[in-house]
Ligand binder design. Structure first.
Ligand code: FAD
Ligand code: SIN
Length: 545
């Protein structure tokens, strides 16, 4: 079965939804998303969106904080653009119907004069625009409601993209192809309800598939975060970069039954303190900014404390604040902690670091354009140059808003001006495949990848650990590749293949960087080495002729 449209969007988080709403007045849109549309990292975002609204704050300060967090690897032009466009993008969300918290008054506040601005690690000023402690849920709900009402957009839930469809213009002109294919014209996607792979043929395709948290055993991310866009982009021949910079969020709830539950950095922004099992604060030993130091510093400090003490967790304590304040500011966190037996208003809450955000991704230019023409990437799946070696808190939703807008603008221009070659696309070939008789291969490898990535490619790395991880990744990739072509694809198999690819790419990037910078810390090279390593780690699939 084939669907044709002007735009194909893969993913329904903030990046995919905003791009869809912006392009839909100019052409037909198919949006495929692998589960229920709201299932995305966006939906779980808590703290908010960083942007300059306070008169005492300035773009320069936000730029400085972003560059400082990114540890020498941010692209300054990108940082300036994202920071300066922030307020406009937030006003746009307000116009679409998103409600953010305001100081003292329940009135909406389009000018931002009265927005309640929270604080998070690495920020020199209060600048986190938020919707209580459920900012992502509010943004996702409003954008999705809008999208469902738009008659130019066809939404395909439970459709998981398998691979991009690319072709070479050089081949078309009769030459021998000597490089990667250079155009994208859509993707194959598995309809999970009837197990059929459909062809989505489009003039312009957007990868908006989010992050890679599920590559690690412990993560704040929901199950969708298996790095599909990065793996698909890499397989298609696009450059990917900086995948060694995996951000570990310092404070996920530690409880055997709490799957992926984050305790927002905003709690520390409101005065919460990290303490050890005896109740003693420890962050002052590690950084002058104490609990509000950048995330790489705080996560490593917790890791050090846990290794020293042998304890299972440290604790986050905000119980000194008034209980009415805690319940009002953090209703979601309060209720969820309570379900697990912790009363934030009275007790310190046990927390541990967990994989949270992928700073690297598919390389794009200032308009979200990848190396492959007609293929854009926006949001966590992209590497724009904003985050460098460590993303500043709450800069991710901001980046997605700014780049969805820029990419949509560029895509609309191309739709109007480009002469599109629409090649014949073969439908998905299942000849020779059978239903899998070895589902255990999928579960076993899935589990193994996540464990060795946690143990060997985590917060603190070493050459020996990385080499061990590399050997295991190679064996698993080989096993998956053989299995993949013999059996009919399933959602689990597609995700496993992507997870293994991304794990392998993270390891390769981490092995390449012989220094410690931002989120990448290798005990064999504990210092920053600007002379040799102040540059991105870039990988591209070798050309297969
Ligand atoms: P996502 O929102 O993850 O959306 C990806 C979409 O792609 C999903 O719909 C998914 O189902 C779909 N998809 C994936 N693969 C496929 C496939 N193969 N086929 C079809 N569909 C596919 N950032 C901030 O700036 N501020 C915060 O306060 C904040 N809090 C966070 C809290 C938590 C718990 C988490 C996990 C993240 C948080 N982040 C925060 C990070 C931020 O939420 C994400 O980086 C951002 O939402 C990513 O948006 P996205 O649109 O790129 O991807
Ligand atoms: C949080 O609320 O702590 C998450 C913020 C982010 O990841 O930017």
């Amino acid at each position: 079965m084939e669907h044709k449209s002007d735009f194909l969007i893969i993913g329904s988080g903030v990046a995919g939804l905003l791009f869809a709403l912006k392009v839909a007045d100019f052409g037909s849109v198919c949006l495929v998303t692998k589960k229920k549309a709201s299932e995305s990292n966006t939906n779980y975002a808590q703290g908010g969106i960083a942007s300059v609204f306070d008169n005492l704050d300035s773009f320069d300060q936000h730029i400085k904080d972003t560059l400082s967090s990114g540890n020498g690897l941010c692209n300054r032009e990108v940082v300036e653009r994202v920071v300066k466009e922030g307020p406009d993008r937030i006003r746009e969300l307000i116009d679409l119907g998103v409600t953010f918290n305001v100081k003292d008054t329940p009135l909406s506040d389009r000018d931002g004069v009265n927005l309640d601005l929270g604080r998070e690690g690495g920020h020199s000023h209060n600048r986190i625009v938020h919707s209580q402690d459920m900012t992502g849920r509010e943004v996702e709900k409003v954008l999705l409601d809008r999208l469902k009402k738009h008659d130019q957009i066809m939404l395909f839930e439970n459709h998981i993209a398998v691979d991009l469809i690319t072709y070479s213009t050089r081949m078309k002109r009769g030459h021998v192809t000597t490089t990667h294919e250079d155009f994208c014209c859509g993707a194959y996607a598995l309809d999970r309800e009837n197990s059929r792979v459909k062809t989505f043929n489009a003039k312009i395709t957007l990868l908006a598939t989010g992050g890679t948290g599920k590559v690690y055993l412990y993560t704040s991310n929901p199950d969708i975060a298996t790095g599909d866009g990065i793996a698909m982009g890499y397989r298609a021949g696009a450059r990917v970069a900086n995948l060694e910079f995996v951000q570990f969020h310092p404070t996920c709830l530690y409880h055997p039954d709490a799957k992926n539950f984050l305790i927002s950095e905003a709690v520390r922004g409101e005065g919460g303190q990290l303490v050890d099992a005896s109740g003693k604060p420890f962050m002052e030993k590690y950084d002058p900014q104490k609990d509000l130091a950048c995330r790489d510093v705080v996560a490593r400090a917790i890791d050090t404390e846990l290794k020293k003490s042998g304890d299972q967790s440290v604790f986050l304590d905000i119980s000194h604040k008034a209980s009415t304040f805690i319940k009002g500011r953090f209703p979601n966190l309060y209720e969820n902690c309570k379900k697990f037996g912790f009363d934030m208003t009275r007790d310190p809450v046990p927390v541990v670091p967990a994989a949270h955000y992928m700073c690297g991704g598919v390389v794009t230019d200032m308009n979200g354009q990848t190396d492959i023409q007609c293929l854009f990437a926006v949001g966590e799946t992209a590497c724009t140059g904003l985050h460098g070696a460590n993303r500043l808190a709450s800069n991710s939703l901001l980046e997605a808003l700014v780049y969805a807008d820029a990419a949509a603008g560029q895509a609309i221009t191309e739709l109007k001006t480009r002469d599109f070659l629409m090649p014949h696309i073969s439908s998905w070939d299942e000849v020779g495949t059978t239903d899998s008789d070895e589902v255990v291969m999928v579960t076993q490898n899935w589990d193994e990848i996540r464990r060795f990535m946690w143990s060997y490619v985590g917060i603190v790395r070493s050459d020996k650990r990385l080499a061990r991880a590399r050997r295991r990744a190679e064996i698993i990739l080989d096993e998956i590749e053989k299995y993949y072509w013999d059996f009919k694809v399933t959602g689990d198999l597609i995700e496993l293949r992507n997870l293994a690819t991304v794990a392998d790419l993270i390891i390769k990037c981490a092995m390449h960087r012989k220094e410690s910078r931002g989120l990448h810390y290798n005990i064999e090279y504990p210092s920053l080495d600007d002379a040799r390593w102040q540059k991105d780690t870039v990988l591209r699939r070798p050309f297969v002729g």
